[in-house]
Design a protein around this ligand. Structure first.
Ligand code: FAD
Length: 528
């Protein structure tokens, strides 16, 4: 109670005073917080926005915590408050639709190390082959720490400038997921601050329900402060290969063949399988230019079918010095079974770390052109394999036309690598695809690049799927009504709701997901 009063007093007095004033350190001490509670306008501005630039939150304050205890203090205070306040963990703020924002509460800025005290650094357990990391740690920093021990996590996202807590709240997928499952399938243990402010350790053996609920749980059940992540020996090098297809069925058959090899010995399969759709050659010059080897003179335009679409299969094989002699044969053996356009191979050998961090180059390039900090009406869909051909006809050869405003990723994954006990929902088939429309809206003269146009197109795509009976599940989902969320979770909804009532009964966590409405002590527990 005392903490709650102090927090409320602290926040309201901070808001009343001229913004930008340093916080009275005595008050912080009385709250027992080692980190920083800030109403600095630049902190508040950052926490109000995200990568999507589509919505704006209005946090009262921003906490830069250094421990689970800091977070617990604030959550307990908010839990006990009758002001309808909320708490949103924010990793790197790479959400699209305000998922890490709040309008009447505190944003817990998990990523970044501000001030004198700092959250713990990654701790590598090399014999046990795992690493303990702070929930706000960025994956790039996890990689750097584990590489010092010759180890690396197994499952990745394309972009490494995302926080561990942020991707584990969704799933965390990339071209390794067919083999190792998503990132949430590669976690042994978590420390979590629940919506009541308790700090709980959870794993397969301890607080099991919380463990599975939090993984893919969209931040609804607790704030991840520590994750124990499985490691493998880090490869030194990667052979990165891109080949093109004009025939969609040949493309997807090859992708599905390659992911079916997941149980084979490592020398008989690729380590990474992704792909993307090229409906607009111009795009290659921005996001995915690194895909085309400067040494290779083949011009993509010479392969482009007139008015048609090209599909690029992107595969990679890891190797060490010890296997460098056999890599050529292994790759050749695997490529021989594929049916791509024979003149279309692009191959690059690069360091493992450069391969994993490849998207960062694209980010820097887009930033330099002023094309990064623009609205991003992204749409990420999981599509059942049985419907992917229909999706191609309706979308890539239909609705999209030949203008896309961003890369379109497409790759299949094996459902048996996903733990059905986690909170994520995926289509009900053994193989499903991610189709990611990673679009940027531009404020120029071109109508097809405007935010309104792209938003309308997203709605059209979802309507098309609905009418064609393509049972998609949204990845990084965003809905505005609880009925839509119930439909999204399907038969997982009852469990999701039960877990929410147990671990965040007042619905104060991650309200930016708009699944539940915060409740006051006097009001009903049912969200409106
Ligand atoms: P935030 O946006 O800060 O938060 C996301 C959600 O998680 C919020 O609800 C927040 O409250 C909650 N949250 C954050 N931290 C915690 C925590 N410690 N504990 C509990 N809840 C927490 N995803 C993929 O799977 N694969 C990709 O390849 C991929 N590439 C991307 C590339 C770019 C350029 C971008 C912008 C996004 C990409 N994403 C990808 C999506 C990304 O995984 C999600 O948006 C993820 O949430 C971003 O992490 P973040 O740290 O920025 O999270």
């Amino acid at each position: 109670m005392a903490t709650m009063l102090l927090l409320t007093f602290l926040i309201s007095s901070l808001i009343m005073v001229t913004v930008g004033l340093a916080i009275d350190s005595m008050e912080i001490l009385r709250l027992g917080i080692d980190g920083q509670l800030s109403v600095d306008p630049s902190d508040v501005e950052t926490a109000s926005l995200d990568f999507g630039l589509l919505t704006r939150g209005q946090p009262l304050a921003v906490l830069h915590p250094v421990s689970a205890q800091d977070i617990s203090q604030v959550v307990k205070a908010v839990y006990g408050s009758n002001q309808g306040m909320t708490v949103s963990a924010r990793g790197h703020g790479h959400s699209i639709n305000g998922q890490a924002q709040t309008t009447n509460g505190v944003v817990i800025q998990m990523s970044g190390r501000k001030g004198g005290n700092k959250p713990p650094r990654p701790r590598v357990w090399s014999e046990e082959r795992y690493v303990d990391v702070w929930g706000g740690e960025l994956w790039i920093d996890v990689l750097k720490s584990t590489l010092e021990y010759g180890l690396a996590p197994k499952s990745w996202t394309d972009c490494l400038y995302l926080s561990v807590g942020g991707t584990l709240s969704n799933a965390g997928i990339s071209g390794q997921a067919f083999n190792h499952g998503p990132q949430i399938s590669n976690v042994y243990e978590l420390d979590v601050v629940t919506g009541k402010g308790e700090v709980l350790t959870c794993s397969e053996d301890e607080n099991t329900e919380l463990f599975h609920a939090v993984l893919g749980g969209l931040g609804q059940f607790g704030i991840i402060t520590r994750a124990r992540i499985s490691l493998e020996p880090a490869p030194k090098m990667v052979r990165w290969i891109r080949v093109l297809y004009s025939n969609f069925s040949a493309f997807t058959s090859d992708q599905e063949h390659l992911i079916s090899l997941h149980a084979e010995p490592s020398n008989q399969k690729f380590d990474y399988v992704e792909g993307f759709v090229i409906v607009d050659e111009g795009l290659i010059n921005n996001w995915r230019s690194s895909l085309l080897s400067p040494q290779n003179p083949v011009k993509i335009s010479t392969l482009f079918p007139s008015g048609g679409v090209l599909y690029c299969l992107e595969i990679a094989k890891n190797y060490h010095e010890s296997t460098a002699q056999t890599i050529d044969q292994e790759v050749e053996f695997l490529l021989k079974k594929l049916n791509f356009i024979s003149t279309s191979g692009f191959t690059t050998d690069l360091l493992y770390v450069d391969f994993l961090d490849r998207v960062h180059k694209a980010e820097l390039k887009l930033r330099s052109k002023g094309l990064w900090e623009v609205p991003h009406p992204w749409l990420n869909l999981f599509i059942p394999s049985s419907k992917i051909a229909e999706f191609d006809k309706g979308l890539f050869k239909g609705i999209l036309g030949n203008k896309t405003s961003g890369p379109i990723l497409i790759y299949p994954m094996n459902k048996n690598k996903w733990d059905h006990r986690s909170s994520v929902v995926t289509p009900d088939e053994g193989v499903f695809y991610l189709v990611a429309l990673l679009r940027s809206a531009l404020d120029n003269e071109e109508e097809t690049q405007s935010l309104e146009y792209l938003n309308n197109q997203n709605r059209q795509i979802l309507r098309y799927c609905d009418e064609a009976g393509i049972k998609v599940k949204r990845y990084l989902p965003h809905y505005t009504t609880q009925q839509e969320w119930m439909d999204h979770f399907g038969n997982k909804w009852d469990r999701f709701y039960e877990m929410k009532m147990e671990f965040d009964p007042r619905h104060i966590l991650a309200s930016g997901q708009r699944i539940f409405t915060p409740t006051f002590p006097s009001s009903s527990n049912m969200p409106s």
